[in-house]
Design a protein around this ligand. Structure first.
Ligand code: PGA
Length: 250
């Protein structure tokens, strides 16, 4: 792994949590944060719990963010939350185009790129998620699908690309317990890295996500183009999440 890219381990809580459970989880993360060494730690909480994350994580090395953002700046968009609101609130991060949003909410790659641009314009750091389905992979189309997903993001240009993070999350590995092998993940990360290099943004961080656990983290993160992890299920268990961060930090 390149020494010039700061490693990042980010939890995606998805639609999980409660005030009581989060207090325990966040408290344990704060107590154990030193185990992450120089690796950055972050959590993306559901909107109602951002206030709790802000309160508990203020003045700690752990940053926090949201799991989605509106593409609109303001207006009659009931239920939406703008980038300016998230920035006003002190969020650092926002996930854009998680595969569950693409699949369940019909988010197109153009919309995802527009959300990333809106987030950046408000001072947030977007984490743009890409990844192929099992049928894409079985058809030999993984790179083609990911290339299409990346295209509108790459078109944002080098300056923008240098301020966001890409997360490669094969859909078939999310929540399934079936992780990409380190070689499979590295191959796609190298493909994404080459595209970023062609657009003048070779130092943009690329996270791997999909059934990451402490047991498979070291092998994944020894790959040269894997700069950290986007962690779903395992981010809800403090010890497991910190063990992943410790593995990345090695
Ligand atoms: P998982 O989810 O770690 O539970 O597979 C990853 C994600 O969806 O970000």
């Amino acid at each position: 792994m390149s020494q010039t890219r700061t490693r990042l381990v980010m939890g995606n809580w998805k639609m999980h949590g409660s005030l009581v459970d989060n207090a325990a989880l966040l408290g344990s993360l704060v107590s154990g944060a030193a185990r992450a060494g120089d690796t950055q730690l972050a959590v993306c909480a559901p909107f109602p719990y951002l206030a709790q994350a802000r309160q508990v994580l203020a003045a700690t090395p752990i940053s926090w963010g949201a799991q989605d953002v509106s593409v609109h700046d303001r207006g009659a968009y009931t239920g939406e939350v703008s980038a300016a609101m998230l920035a006003d609130f002190g969020c650092t991060w926002v996930l854009c185009g998680h595969s569950e949003r693409r699949a369940l909410h019909g988010e197109s790659s153009a919309l995802v790129a527009a959300k990333a641009a809106t987030a950046l314009a408000s001072g947030l750091a977007p984490v743009v998620c890409v990844g192929e389905t099992l049928s894409d992979r079985d058809a030999g189309d993984a790179e083609c699908v990911i290339g299409d997903q990346l295209e509108p993001v790459l078109a944002l240009g080098a300056d923008t690309l240098s301020r966001l993070v890409i997360a490669y999350e094969p859909v078939w590995a999310i929540g399934t317990g079936r992780t990409a092998t380190p070689d499979q993940a590295q191959a796609i990360h190298a493909f994404i890295r080459a595209a970023l290099v062609r657009h003048g943004a070779g130092q943009t961080r690329i996270l791997y996500g999909g059934s990451v656990k402490a047991a498979n983290a070291s092998a994944l993160f020894s790959q040269p183009d894997i700069d950290g992890a986007l962690v779903g299920g395992a981010s809800l268990v403090a010890d497991e999440f910190l063990n992943i961060a410790a593995a990345v930090a090695q």
